[in-house]
Design a protein around this ligand. Structure first.
Ligand code: USQ
Length: 382
């Protein structure tokens, strides 16, 4: 297949590009480079040093199964996006190119407006490009489990069948997103659903949980192919942060009571899920939703698990309940369906102590690069 990966320089996009390329697909990566600018803005940096997109691309070409090319384009630039899609002619577009941090979107009004404008306009541009020049192309869009929030009933995969006053319908599952960022994904979902219904585009919305792990088989092949690793308060996410904190002898930052339960997925499963979605495209007019995670954990239980693994490495990690910077339920019911990707062939990498150990060891290897002052949360929802 010919697959365009937007946001292909990022944490999920880069390993996905390599994974699909190694399996023989022709790959184009599109990225504006803005993720690296946010690091400069925030004074943070990837724990693992990463090469520029051009150096990564040149390095990968010797391993690539098919053609491999990078485009430096911003999704908000409609003409640039249209030129890229027209020139490359993709069968599928995997769309990662969004501002994906909840805390970043909650810094202030400017960051909320930026996040929603960037994400919603980028996706809208893509929908119009597809309508105009690639109507048969399959859109694989990265959504988030956070679109659903934490309702007191089971979460379904995108839709729920409701009986009301004697009538029955299957409707989009109610959305209760917990940040301006998560809201941007809800807005995207509505726009994509409209485009499928109205223009008969085909789309799969992958509502992904929190991703952990860092490297994949492909990113390990050469240090210039290494994936980025975020641990700061804005872009770092729960499990990876706890592992870096353990390595840095920093208390593990459980926000509030720690009963916040989320779906989690290993980065090695992220790349495989994208392949599964691409190989089994949605039908014209179909807006399909898969919940992309493999296990549920509370943040307290995850931190305790990291603490226990760290202890076997002679690291005494303190688990600290810090005041929650977010407005969110800290004890709640959580049970979300996630069968559709399994039915299509996903064999999950479940969280093992060895995985936690490996992330801690990676953090130890790059210990001198850990910027301790970026760890504690200062961005608040209030
Ligand atoms: N949390 C802690 N301590 C920390 C960091 C986070 O207790 O040091 C808690 C948060 O309060 C939250 C939970 O862990 O309850 C998850 O937070 P996170 O920072 O790991 O992840 P989140 O902000 O939800 O966002 C991440 C990605 C986002 C993706 C989302 C999937 O950045 O792009 O959409 O995970 S989900 O969480 O399912 O919505």
């Amino acid at each position: 297949m010919r697959i365009l990966i937007t946001g292909g320089d990022g944490f999920c996009g880069w390993p996905t590009a390599l994974y699909l390329s190694r399996r023989g697909h022709d790959i184009a990566v599109l990225d504006s480079g803005i993720r690296r600018e946010w690091d400069r803005e925030l004074g943070s940096d990837s724990l693992v040093p990463i090469a520029s997109l051009d150096e990564r691309t040149e390095t990968w070409k010797t391993y690539a199964g098919g053609s491999f090319v990078a485009y430096h384009v911003d999704m908000r630039d409609y003409d640039g996006l249209a030129r890229t899609v027209g020139e490359f002619g993709p069968d599928a577009i995997v769309h990662f190119a969004e501002q994906r941090s909840a805390p970043y979107s909650m810094i202030d009004r400017d960051h909320a407006v930026f996040t929603q404008t960037n994400n919603v306009v980028g996706t809208l541009n893509l929908l119009y490009v597809m309508k105009e020049i690639a109507p048969d192309c399959h859109l694989i869009k990265l959504g988030t489990m956070g679109e659903y929030g934490t309702p007191n009933i089971d979460i379904e995969e995108g839709y729920i069948t409701i009986s009301y006053k004697g009538r029955v319908d299957t409707l989009p599952y109610p959305k209760q997103p917990p940040s301006m960022y998560h809201l941007s994904k809800v807005h995207d979902s509505h726009n994509i659903m409209f485009a499928c219904r109205t223009w008969r585009l085909r789309a799969t919305d992958l509502n992904q949980g929190v991703v952990y792990g860092v490297q994949t088989e492909e990113t390990r092949l050469d240090p210039r192919l290494a994936n980025r690793m975020d641990y700061d308060q804005v872009f770092g996410t729960a499990l990876n942060r706890f592992c870096v904190q353990a390595a840095a002898s920093h208390p593990l930052t459980v926000y509030g009571a720690g009963g916040q339960t989320r779906g989690f997925i290993n980065i090695q499963d992220t790349v495989r899920c994208i392949e599964i979605a691409a190989l089994h495209p949605a039908e014209p007019g179909e807006f399909r939703v898969f919940n992309q995670f493999t296990e549920e954990f509370s943040v307290h239980d995850l931190a305790a698990r990291v603490q226990a693994v760290a202890a076997t490495m002679d690291i005494r990690a303190e688990l600290r309940h810090v005041p929650n910077p977010r407005v969110e339920s800290e004890q709640h019911y959580y049970h979300a369906a996630h069968t559709r990707l399994l039915e299509l062939g996903l064999t999950p990498h479940l969280l093992r102590d060895a995985t936690i150990r490996e992330i801690i060891e990676m953090a130890q290897e790059h210990q001198t690069r850990i910027r301790l002052h970026t760890i504690m949360p200062t961005v608040t929802w209030a």
